[in-house]
Design a protein around this ligand. Structure first.
Ligand code: GAR
Length: 214
């Protein structure tokens, strides 16, 4: 399935998706990368992999809707079937979310619906949660909301700073996003009543407790 990845910066999730889609059994192909910033470091990952990479600078547009229509046109012109937001730091319009409904994925560095929006790690630490993680979900018009496809959980340590927690969650992100994309590309994912159902989903049996006793 021809997949586009939209980025704004570092692009480490993009790199993880590119790596995963290089495997012979991968069902998604990263066919296009679009950044809204020409200086996004992540564009290099695309170029190094020989994937077409474009910049669509949001500042060239009168408003969000014009920008989103241009993005959508670019995606359609390239025959894109799925779109992954990977650190794409522009809020997309409801029009775009509807146009790409159930074909548009996002990754967020918290266990949604907890801590949507910016500063997720700082807020998780302030709330004193014992676990955090990441969520891959289908995009809806509301920010960091929509049917959840995959979540990855990491323990929070007492001595964590937003930076150390972010680094641990990022490792989970790099594992979760390829899993979610492959599930969607395989056709095993359905959205029913705004919940994701996955054919033959395997669920871990473990309970994880933090802190561990003793
Ligand atoms: C990732 O941690 C991603 O979850 C986050 O931006 C980072 C991008 O890193 N996205 C959001 O906060 C979206 N609300 P990357 O450019 O190295 O993939």
């Amino acid at each position: 399935m021809r997949t586009a990845v939209l980025i704004s910066g570092r692009g480490s999730n993009l790199a993880a998706l590119i790596d995963a889609c290089r495997q012979p059994d991968a069902r998604a192909e990263i066919a296009l990368v679009i950044s809204n910033r020409s200086d996004a470091a992540g564009l290099e990952h695309a170029r190094a992999a020989g994937i077409p990479a474009e910049t669509v600078d949001h500042r060239r547009f009168a408003g969000r809707e014009e920008f989103d229509r241009c993005l959508s046109d670019r995606l359609e012109a390239q025959g894109i079937a799925l779109v992954c937001l990977a650190g794409f730091m522009r809020v997309l319009t409801g029009w775009f979310a509807e146009r790409w409904r159930d074909r548009l994925l996002n990754i967020h560095p918290s266990l949604l619906p907890a801590f949507p929006g910016l500063d997720a790690h700082r807020r998780a630490l302030a709330a004193g949660v014992r676990f955090s993680g990441c969520t891959v979900h289908f995009v809806r018009a509301e920010i960091d909301a929509g049917p959840i496809i995959v979540q990855g959980v990491v323990p929070v340590r007492q001595e964590d700073t937003p930076e150390t927690l972010a680094a641990r969650v990022l490792q989970a992100e790099h594992r979760c996003y390829p899993v979610a994309l492959d599930l969607v590309a395989s056709g095993r994912v359905r959205v029913v009543d705004e919940r994701v159902l996955i054919d033959d989903a395997a669920t871990p049996a473990t309970i994880v407790i933090n802190p561990e006793s003793g």
